[in-house]
Design a protein around this ligand. Structure first.
Ligand code: MG
Length: 303
């Protein structure tokens, strides 16, 4: 089993000027972080978390390693916020996926999410550490009430607020065709699970377009928060075969990158500098050889 494709998209959304989300795509390691705090502090927290996860050469494998990565990220943020007044109280969510030895280990703190799209269904793998999610789990709030709850963005667990953090960690046995999706709440507060699944199915086989479409749809639905999507697909086909199969297919047009007639800007043709002439030295060489031969012949004749 191996990673067939991976992608990441992030967007500030339509209401926020700054993007306080951060992500990590360093296969086999993937992560999403959604920062919170005073002006710019959320951005600092999520970036510190991403940097720590990338830099940390944690020992062990699976759950042990994922927890060590998240604890390292937590320490990094906690330390900064205790030293730097401007960032006091900052924090971030973090959802990590590590694909290793045929197993996907998920580590999680906060209300970013990990999903698994398998066989036409979408399963939310992580439990939100948020006030409304806890009320729903406790039977005090219905999922419908939670959707529009004024305190739905209040999280109950975050990185950076305490010297240690309680990390949810578990492993998933991947199957061929699985798509793992990590995302910040800017996606899931705008799109419900059915909408996410529909977009994934519409762009089946093209993960990059699927991620772009998810961000686009979340923005169309209001884009009230920063939107981040990280995804990877799993296959059991050997690399060579996938390449062969991928080759004949025509590339799907990239909707975001395609300019329409209206976007077209007249381009000014730049004069191309004349290509430097290749000097042909061999005629000169032949001439010199002929002259030398003539000289030798002349010398014999005259002698
Ligand atoms: Mg958010």
């Amino acid at each position: 089993m191996r990673i067939a494709a991976h992608t990441a998209e992030t967007d500030p959304g339509r209401r926020r000027r700054r993007n306080e989300d951060a992500f990590v795509v360093e296969p086999p390691l993937f992560a999403v972080a959604d920062g919170m705090g005073g002006p710019r502090a959320g951005e600092v927290a999520s970036r510190l978390a991403a940097t720590a996860v990338k830099a940390e050469a944690a020992d062990g494998g699976g759950a042990e390693r994922v927890v060590a990565l998240i604890q390292a990220a937590n320490r990094s943020i906690y330390q900064r916020s205790s030293e730097d007044e401007d960032t006091a109280g900052m924090g971030t969510t973090m959802t990590v996926a590590l694909f290793e030895e045929g197993e996907v280990t998920i580590g999680h703190v906060g209300d970013s999410r990990a999903y698994l799209a398998r066989a036409g269904a979408l399963e939310q793998l992580t439990d939100d550490h948020s006030l409304v999610a806890e009320l729903v789990r406790g039977g005090k709030l219905s999922p419908e009430e939670a959707e529009n709850h004024p305190q739905r963005s209040v999280i109950t667990r975050a990185l950076g607020t305490d010297p240690d953090v309680d990390v949810d960690v578990f492993a998933v046995q991947p199957e061929p065709g699985d798509v793992f999706l990590l995302c910040s709440d800017g996606l899931t507060t705008m799109l419900d699970d059915d909408a996410i699944l529909r977009v994934l199915q519409e762009h089946h086989g093209n993960l990059r377009q699927a991620a772009k479409a998810l961000v686009r749809e979340a923005n169309r639905a209001g884009g009230e928060d920063n939107i981040t999507v990280v995804a990877f697909a799993v296959t059991d086909e050997p690399e060579e075969r996938t390449k062969e199969m991928a080759a004949p297919a025509a590339p799907e047009p990239d909707l975001d990158d395609t300019l329409t007639e209206a976007d077209r800007v007249p381009t000014v043709a730049e004069p191309t500098p004349p290509a430097p002439r290749k000097r042909r030295l061999w005629p000169l060489f032949v001439l010199l050889l002929a002259l030398a031969a003539a000289a030798v012949v002349l010398w014999f004749v005259l002698r």
